[in-house]
Design a binder for this molecule. Structure first.
Ligand SMILES: [Zn+2]
Length: 257
């Protein structure tokens, strides 16, 4: 137990940091689609526009204390903001507790970026190019770090192979669908997103990511059918969100390869 104490302490700190990052992700989620500045300007209630006081900006705790309602007008705040904060905290803690040795920090950096892309895609069916590019760039830094650590170029080749395979797989599926059906069946941001994921995880995990995302998508469609929600062949699923969840889960337990 004593030996476990530092790890649980680290996980606690990672969860706190993750909640704060999740709070920022919630802000980006609200502001990016309406092109408001992300770094300046105070947060305000979506309903009454009253600025939110500092004491009401504590991740998760404020939402719980206010029971999910604005202090000024009692309008529901919604679950996206606390959801992002909770997910950010869980990613931080799980990266410390579950990631293979030496992968905790990359798992966090990878996970928080995927969380941001996943929530934007889930809410808007949109994968902003700049954020996908950031995921790819941070993946390249991670590859460089691994090359330096191992003294070989093998991680670089794996990352390039993963990126190329990820893009080619989804691009060819999208082309095939368009040739058969005469319309787009996939968001244009999906192939670049899987390419960016591939840089991080390598070709084997890219394949696992596609399989995992398909399984989660099918499970979600099945649940929707059971709940008697309408599901059609062209009901849009946020493929980017599904890939984000699958890729991070596999990275967390298996690392990259
Ligand atoms: Zn309000």
């Amino acid at each position: 137990m004593i030996a476990d104490a530092p790890l649980s302490l680290l996980a606690g700190f990672a969860a706190l940091g993750g909640a704060a990052i999740g709070s920022f992700i919630g802000t980006v989620l609200v502001r990016l689609p309406v092109e408001r500045s992300i770094l300046t300007g105070r947060s305000a209630c979506d309903s009454c526009a009253v600025p939110i006081a500092a004491r009401d900006l504590v991740p998760l705790l404020s939402w719980l204390a206010l029971r999910g309602r604005c202090r000024a007008c009692s309008a529901p705040i919604g679950v996206w903001q606390p959801g992002c904060e909770l997910a950010g905290a869980v990613i931080g803690a799980m990266a410390v507790l579950l990631a293979p040795l030496g992968l905790a920090v990359p798992a966090m950096i990878f996970g928080w970026q995927l969380l941001l892309l996943a929530v934007i895609d889930a809410r808007h069916l949109w994968l902003p190019r700049a954020l996908v590019a950031l995921l790819a760039a941070s993946g390249a830094v991670w590859l460089g770090w691994q090359c330096w650590q191992t003294g070989t170029l093998a991680p670089l080749w794996a990352g390039l192979a993963g990126g190329a395979l990820g893009f080619a797989m989804l691009w060819s599926v999208a082309r095939g669908y368009k040739m058969l059906r005469g319309r787009d069946g996939m968001g244009g941001g999906d192939p670049p997103m899987l390419a960016a994921i591939g840089i991080w995880v390598g070709p084997m995990v890219v394949i696992g990511t596609v399989i995992g995302a398909s399984l989660i998508g099918m499970a979600a469609a099945l649940l929707a059918l059971l709940a008697r929600r309408p599901v059609a062949a062209d009901t849009a699923l946020p493929l980017g969100s599904l890939m984000a969840v699958a890729a991070w889960a596999i990275f967390l337990v298996a690392g990259h390869g």
